[in-house]
Write a protein that binds this ligand. Structure first.
Ligand SMILES: *[C@@H]1O[C@H](CO)[C@@H](O)[C@H](O)[C@H]1NC(C)=O
Ligand SMILES: *[C@@H]1O[C@H](CO)[C@@H](O)[C@H](O)[C@H]1NC(C)=O
Ligand SMILES: *[C@@H]1O[C@H](CO)[C@@H](O)[C@H](O)[C@H]1NC(C)=O
Ligand SMILES: *[C@@H]1O[C@H](CO)[C@@H](O)[C@H](O)[C@H]1NC(C)=O
Ligand SMILES: *[C@@H]1O[C@H](CO)[C@@H](O)[C@H](O)[C@H]1NC(C)=O
Ligand SMILES: *[C@@H]1O[C@H](CO)[C@@H](O)[C@H](O)[C@H]1NC(C)=O
Ligand SMILES: *[C@@H]1O[C@H](CO)[C@@H](O)[C@H](O)[C@H]1NC(C)=O
Ligand SMILES: *[C@@H]1O[C@H](CO)[C@@H](O)[C@H](O)[C@H]1NC(C)=O
Ligand SMILES: *[C@@H]1O[C@H](CO)[C@@H](O)[C@H](O)[C@H]1NC(C)=O
Ligand SMILES: *[C@@H]1O[C@H](CO)[C@@H](O)[C@H](O)[C@H]1NC(C)=O
Length: 503
């Protein structure tokens, strides 16, 4: 055997091995399985894990933007006309939400934590000073009191109504944004407080919400099953709620929205328990997006989440009392707001029944400004960008015995909406890109082997051709040398010709 043919044989053997091993590894997905099981193991809420620190003290800044609906014609509305509102805002607060009192339970398979939220005003991201800006809005305590009295006798109602009129309480109030949000001493509530001390004198949409938590949570750490990573086990000691009217609606599903299990696929529904909405909701895949150079899946609540039970019977459980249902796009949350007729929706009644949108002038729902979404990196399940938007409304209607309400049409009246946004910080983003690069390289390692095998195969072909060309002659040799890229040389020894074709 010549040195040349020896080289050919050696190359051939190495090449065959590389191809066989490479293709076998690609088919068996050994490396991918390996890295996936590594991810499942690493992404757990244990003290040593990488994700634990950022779960405990999330690095990306969260901004809470408040927008109010300033009512410009309260008198017209009280006289039976259509209310006109003007959106004002944003009044932006930076939100700090560390996990506190973190305690591991049951051999580290569960973890207890509180999640107090603190809000610090950001003047640079706001339209004005909330302590100066006045907003005209519905007198929520008054409406709540009227609503409460609705079940009492007409005589009692008329008596209370006269008394309240004496206090000078109106259906609309002029208050600063800061007061409406963080609380003010309400004259009506103060009077009630003097009779019933358990009623708070103060009212504010975020009264007592600065620095407080939304309940005690116990989460699964994901050590037992990666799909349970971050899932809520109990909330305030409960496995399910009791205020909705069906077992399905009462379920506490999924995580609190801060973390999701790794290896997310496009077909799954992601569940989140939203304590401020008093219920669980689900999100479905919408599209692929890219945020700071990271590929992500966008998940958003599908329209069936807030669909009227007429179109989606599973929502029947959210009608309380059973059978007392509202239309599409709104959710009555009186059950967890001390009976006040509070309704939540998407901002500007996005995705809601047009009747709600048209009942008030000045609303203009659109996808870009009013949708809620969550962009998740699918391999790690880490939220890259989140935008939660929700609107607070109150039901205004005629209540017999209260002359002020005599002319008003039943309306779901918008009060304010929030836009709570967070985007991954640059440090975490670059760490994430590095991690994803490693994951991609490792899981594609077999392809590298196959690639090497193919290169060797080409080399082999060239060597082989060259070897034969020696016998064929110089013209064809030159000809065949051209073919040393992707062509296969076929030799016809009798006619001394070479034919080439694509491999
Ligand atoms: C809200 O409306 C009232 C009355 O129309 C007005 O005086 C006030 O300046 C408005 N608030 C803001 C922040 O524009
Ligand atoms: C109030 O309701 C009446 C009867 O349902 C209707 O004719 C009227 O247009 C409504 N007014 C407004 C402002 O929606
Ligand atoms: C959380 O821990 C603090 C002390 O670190 C303690 O004062 C507080 O009572 C704890 N809260 C709960 C709900 O256990
Ligand atoms: C905790 O782990 C130990 C050893 O692995 C085991 O003996 C014990 O039963 C476990 N306890 C619980 C509550 O799972
Ligand atoms: C919330 O509390 C923090 C610290 O206790 C304080 O700095 C901040 O100003 C408060 N925010 C509001 C809106 O009162
Ligand atoms: C707000 O802007 C001013 C100047 O425009 C700057 O000095 C200040 O640091 C900014 N504050 C914040 C919280 O970004
Ligand atoms: C609110 O302010 C407007 C204009 O500034 C005024 O006409 C109205 O009477 C005020 N309403 C209340 C309840 O103070
Ligand atoms: C709901 O759950 C309770 C206990 O968890 C059970 O007793 C009841 O039968 C369930 N209702 C339905 C309709 O499944
Ligand atoms: C909770 O999850 C179950 C499926 O696991 C689903 O059937 C149910 O509708 C969910 N409940 C809510 C309120 O999302
Ligand atoms: C929040 O939403 C409002 C409108 O809904 C929009 O104008 C604003 O730019 C959003 N803020 C962020 C930080 O995306």
């Amino acid at each position: 055997m010549t040195r040349r043919s020896c080289a050919i044989y050696a190359t051939g053997i190495v090449c065959a091995h590389l191809l066989i091993v490479g293709i076998a590894l690609v088919l068996a997905q050994v490396f991918q399985t390996m890295i996936h099981s590594r991810l499942k193991k690493e992404i757990t809420l244990t003290e040593k894990s990488q994700v634990f620190a950022s779960w405990k003290n999330p690095p990306p800044p969260v901004y809470m933007e408040y927008y109010f609906f300033n009512v410009t014609n309260p008198e017209v509305f009280l006289a039976g006309g259509k209310a006109v509102v003007k959106q004002i805002g944003p009044y932006t607060y930076r939100e700090y939400r560390p996990r506190e009192n973190v305690t591991f339970l049951e051999n580290g398979t569960k973890v207890y934590a509180l999640n107090p939220k603190t809000f610090v005003f950001e003047p640079n991201k706001s339209v004005g000073d909330p302590k100066d800006d006045i907003v005209v809005t519905v007198n929520i305590p008054f409406v709540a009191v009227m609503n409460e009295l609705n079940s009492y006798s007409f005589f009692l109602r008329s008596f209370v109504s006269m008394y309240i009129r004496g206090l000078g309480v109106d259906l609309f109030i002029n208050r600063t944004v800061h007061e409406v949000l963080w609380g003010f001493k309400d004259p009506l509530l103060t009077k009630i407080h003097s009779m019933k001390p358990d009623v708070d004198e103060y009212f504010g949409l975020m009264w007592k919400k600065n620095g407080t938590h939304e309940g005690e949570f116990v989460f699964h750490t994901g050590e037992e099953n990666y799909l349970d990573y971050g899932k809520i086990d109990t909330w305030n000691g409960l496995r399910e709620m009791s205020w909705w009217s069906s077992n399905q609606s009462n379920m506490i599903n999924g995580t609190d929205g801060a973390v999701f299990h790794p290896l997310i696929n496009r077909n799954e529904l992601l569940y989140i328990f939203a304590a401020d909405l008093c219920r669980s909701i689900h999100l479905a895949y919408v599209e692929d997006v890219e945020v700071k150079g990271i590929q992500a899946y966008r998940f958003a609540p599908p329209s069936d989440v807030l669909m009227s039970p007429k179109d989606n019977p599973t929502n029947e459980g959210f009608c309380v009392p059973a059978g007392d249902c509202l239309g599409t796009g709104v959710l009555k949350v009186s059950v967890c707001r001390e009976g006040a007729p509070i309704v939540v929706s998407f901002p500007h009644f996005y995705q809601a029944d047009p009747a709600y949108i048209n009942a008030v002038e000045g609303l203009n729902p659109n996808k870009e400004e009013h949708e809620t979404y969550l962009d998740l990196q699918p391999t790690t399940g880490v939220p890259i960008r989140a935008c939660k938007r929700a609107q607070l409304n109150i039901i205004l209607k005629r209540i017999p015995g209260f002359p002020k309400t005599k002319f008003i049409n039943q309306t779901i009246f918008p009060i304010m909406f929030v836009n709570e946004t967070a985007t991954i910080d640059d440090d975490s983003a670059s760490q994430m890109r590095t991690l994803l690069l490693i994951v991609t390289l490792v899981s594609n390692f077999p392809l590298l082997i196959v690639g090497l095998g193919i290169i060797l195969l080409l080399v082999l072909i060239v060597l082989f051709c060259r070897n034969r060309q020696k016998k064929v002659g110089n013209t064809t040799a030159a000809f065949c040398a051209l073919g040393n890229t992707a062509f296969c040389c076929k030799l016809d020894e009798k006619n001394h010709t070479v034919s080439m074709s694509l491999c």
